[in-house]
Design a protein around this ligand. Structure first.
Ligand SMILES: [Zn+2]
Length: 330
């Protein structure tokens, strides 16, 4: 099913994979959510697994080398590199050749019309946000929660038109994070609060947010191993988008991979399955009732902007000879 067919479905059921990142010295907080049609989840994870094998096109990827379907033309060392956990921050030109190739395949799959996946990133400019107005305790958790729901609300309305048609939130998965796991809005309250937003077609099928690791090598459950692939893709989309917007690293491997996502960030209106926005446009000025002010500003949506500087210059793919990248990652 391609992404346009997703929108034509009568009973659209969505799974959500959420993760976050800090940029600079906690100057920005990025909250990224990957939206996966529930009926397509297994097929998507299969595609991500199968894209790991760089030897041949086949559809039988397994983590253990002894069962590698490629047989003698693979090696234990090669197979371990293909099975690596994909974290954008850890991809380095001097050791990550396999990861670079897998990351590029994954991003190309995400961009292609055959992928039914959608991605939304919210970047919070914390210097323009009065963080002390988000309570005295669990401040980061409070901020995260508020804008995690903004991410869901925007995506439900803009990607899936949930005000005009039925959309079910089937399950929400959150990347393992002790700060959030201990927050009193998790694991149950957040999705109840989402329901209070008055989105006409929205039904939440399961209120329990599931915390899952993104390291498939440390997970035994087959289903969670698959989910961890979707988390790794989410991490990759967050990392590459932030690389493009903030030019966070000069490592050539990172620049090379981020170039795959640059056209989507630069020209958002052309790509209806990707959206990145910054909040707030202007400093939220202090007032007696700041929480009320923030709610109002968010509600009217006038403080979200897609007009932000793109700091990473275009990176010509042929600058990088992939065969010269290091291969120390396992
Ligand atoms: Zn192999």
């Amino acid at each position: 099913m391609d992404w346009r067919q997703v929108l034509d479905q009568r009973n659209l059921q969505i799974d959500v994979f959420a993760d976050e990142t800090w940029i600079g010295k906690q100057e920005f907080l990025g909250i990224g959510c990957l939206y996966v049609p529930s009926a397509e989840k297994e097929k998507c994870t299969r595609t991500l697994f199968d894209s790991r094998c760089l030897k041949n096109d086949h559809s039988q990827w397994v983590s253990s080398f002894s069962e590698c379907p490629v047989g003698k033309s693979c090696s234990a060392e090669r197979h371990a590199q293909d099975d690596a956990v994909i974290h954008f921050n850890e991809i380095l030109a001097n050791k990550s050749r396999a990861k670079v190739q897998i990351a590029k395949r994954w991003l190309n799959y995400f961009k292609s019309s055959r992928s039914p996946l959608f991605f939304k990133l919210i970047l919070l400019d914390l210097q323009k946000l009065s963080r002390d107005k988000f309570g005295d305790e669990q401040v980061w958790g409070n901020i995260y929660n508020r804008f995690f729901r903004s991410n869901l609300i925007f995506s439900l309305k803009s990607f899936f038109h949930a005000n005009q048609r039925p959309v079910d939130i089937q399950r929400v998965y959150q990347h393992r994070n002790t700060m959030l796991e201990s927050h009193n809005y998790f694991p149950l309250q957040n999705l109840h609060k989402l329901e209070d937003q008055g989105i006409r077609g929205l039904v939440v099928r399961d209120y329990l947010v599931r915390f899952i690791s993104d390291n498939h090598r440390a997970i035994s459950s087959v289903e969670e191993k698959g989910d961890s692939q979707l988390f790794q893709l989410t991490d990759l989309l967050i990392g590459t988008s932030c690389q493009v917007i903030f030019n966070t690293s000069q490592d050539t491997a990172k620049l090379h991979i981020a170039q795959e996502i640059r056209p989507l960030v630069v020209n958002q209106s052309k790509f209806r399955k990707f959206h990145a926005s910054l909040f707030p446009k202007n400093s939220i000025c202090l007032s007696q009732n700041i929480i009320g002010t923030i709610e109002e500003e968010i509600h009217h949506n006038n403080q979200f902007t897609t007009q932000f500087a793109i700091r990473m210059p275009e990176y010509k793919s042929n600058f990088l000879d992939l065969t010269r990248l290091g291969t120390k990652d396992k």
